[in-house]
Every structure is written in C-alpha cells, then in structure tokens.
Design a protein around this ligand. Structure first.
Ligand code: G
Ligand code: G
Ligand code: NA
Ligand code: MN
Length: 252
C-alpha cells in the first residue's frame, strides 16, 4: 500500500527522483527551461503516480516536506551542473497548495539558493489555480517576496479550477500554463476558441503563456498561429532524468 509511512520512508531513504521536461520554443524547438517532475518507484520497482503521492502528501500534511525535498534536489543538481561547466536553464518546481500559503516558503527557497550559490533566475515555481483560490494576504506576500528575489511564478493547470478570474489582477505572477485538457481539443472549433481566449487573457495581462501536453505537429501549429510561443509535451520530449536532460541541452 502507498501510505504516509511509505512516503516518509521515501524521503528518508531518498527514493524519489527528479525528472525534467523541457519547455520548448514552439518555433525553433530549442529548450528555454524545464519543469521538474517527481518520480517514485515503490519497493517492487513499480512507479507510483505523482498524482497519487502528491495527494497523499497533501492529505497527510507532508506537502511542504515533499516540496522541500524536490527543491533541494533541483537546486543541488543545478549547482552540480554549473560546477562542471555545463549550461542549465530555469527549472520550474511544482509547489503544493498548503505550502504556497506558508510564510516559510520564501525564506526556505532563498536560503537554499544561498546554500548552493545558485542564482534565483534558475528557479521558478508553479502553483495550481486551486492553490491560490483564496488570495490570502500570505499568498500575496509570498508572491511579492518571490518577485523581489527574482523568482518567477506560473499558474499551472490554468482554467481547470473552479476559481473566478478576478484573482489574476491581484497577483504578481509571471505566466499561465494552458492545461493539457485544452490542448487535447485544439483541433475542434470550440476547443480552439477556448485556447485562443486563454492566450488572449495572458496577453492582455502581460503574462507569458505556456502550453502543456503538446503531442502533435498540428497542435503546435495551432498554438503558434494564435500567439502561444512556448510549450511542453511529448512532441518535444517526455520528462527525462535530470542529468540526461542537461546532457541533451549541452549537446544541442
Ligand atoms: O508527472 P506527471 O508526470 O505524471 O505529474 C502528474 C501530476 O503530479 C501533475 O499535476 C504534476 O504537476 C504533479 N507533480 C509531479 N511532480 C510533482 C512535484 O514534485 N511536486 C508537486 N507538488 N506536484 C508534482
Ligand atoms: O499538472 P502538471 O501540468 O504539472 O502535469 C504534467 C503532467 O503531464 C505530467 O504527468 C507529465 O508527465 C505529463 N505530460 C507532459 N507532457 C505530456 C504529453 O505530451 N502527453 C501526456 N499524455 N502527458 C504529458
Ligand atoms: Na506542473
Ligand atoms: Mn498542468
């Protein structure tokens, strides 16, 4: 069974790996950045879905612990990459909802960057819409302090939460990510109109817009034609082990 105990053990014994999926320039396919995605195999060697273990973490109060575990791995791996003279790109780390409402988040990220001598521009945070559903003073304060530090924040799974759009005007965020469920239907008329509407919201608010889950040339073309210039998806690359993704970047 995948339980809180198993997850605690995974942290203690360092059983979770960080994979990177490129954020690609849709026009040239060059790698502009990465998203960090956690990968965990259980005792039998079977992968445990991150959807499941992120939910376990959030339900058992281990959200911040998961985030810190992944953040440390990412920052230390970036530090190793730079130390060996390889180039890196900004890595976006998914932050759980609870943790984004925690005032210790920014101090933690900041001290990690200091500890590993990694520039703030190489770390970005992704939060889901539901994480900022209620724009508490704490969330706003975290966003302001992240901006002061030079750490970008993007809204993940945009358009899939049940929140109103009002929060966007009150938040200092840098980008919105078009959820895969929209990209999946981009070749249908209504689906295309929804994607265009999301791109238009982003442009009106001066936010970057990144499409997720791009699997085909046609999807990429629709996005480009409508002004979305950055994307992720199997069309460009599946998530790869950290070092493999960095090697590929440095070979290209
Ligand atoms: O990684 P996919 O490859 O299966 O991820 C599924 C879901 O799990 C996505 O919603 C993704 O954002 C989330 N996820 C993956 N890795 C992490 C992580 O390190 N932290 C958090 N909070 N969510 C993650
Ligand atoms: O919610 P979040 O956006 O962080 O989730 C990213 C999830 O989507 C991860 O599970 C990742 O492995 C997966 N993913 C990324 N690109 C593709 C894609 O092109 N197709 C499919 N089916 N899944 C993808
Ligand atoms: Na994400
Ligand atoms: Mn998403």
């Amino acid at each position: 069974a995948h339980t809180e105990q198993a997850l605690r053990r995974a942290f203690e014994c360092d059983l979770i790996d960080v994979y990177l999926q490129p954020k690609s320039c849709l026009a040239t396919a060059s790698t502009l950045g990465f998203e960090a995605l956690a990968r965990w195999n259980d005792e039998q060697g079977n992968p445990v879905s991150p959807v499941l273990f992120v939910a376990i973490a959030e339900e058992t109060g281990l959200g911040a612990e998961l985030d810190r575990y992944i953040l440390r791995k990412v920052v230390s791996s970036i530090s190793d990459t730079l130390a060996t003279g390889q180039q890196c790109r900004t890595v976006a780390v998914n932050i759980t909802a609870q943790h984004f409402n925690d005032h210790q988040l920014v101090d933690h990220v900041s001290s990690l960057l200091n500890e590993y001598k990694v520039p703030a521009s190489l770390i970005e945070l992704e939060v889901t819409e539901s994480a900022i559903l209620s724009v508490t003073p704490k969330v706003q304060d975290n966003l302001l302090r992240l901006r002061e530090l030079g750490i970008r924040v993007s809204i993940d799974d945009f358009g899939t939460g049940y929140s109103s759009l009002a929060y966007l005007k009150d938040l200092n965020v840098d980008a919105i990510k078009i959820d895969k469920s929209f990209v999946d239907h981009i070749e249908e008329e209504n689906g295309l109109q929804l994607v265009k509407a999301i791109i238009s919201i982003a442009q009106s608010l001066n936010l970057d817009v990144i499409a997720e889950g791009i699997e085909t040339e046609q999807q990429k073309q629709h996005l480009l034609r409508n002004g979305c210039v950055i994307g992720q998806g199997f069309y460009f690359s599946k998530p790869l082990p950290f070092q493999e993704a960095v090697n590929k970047l440095n070979l290209s």
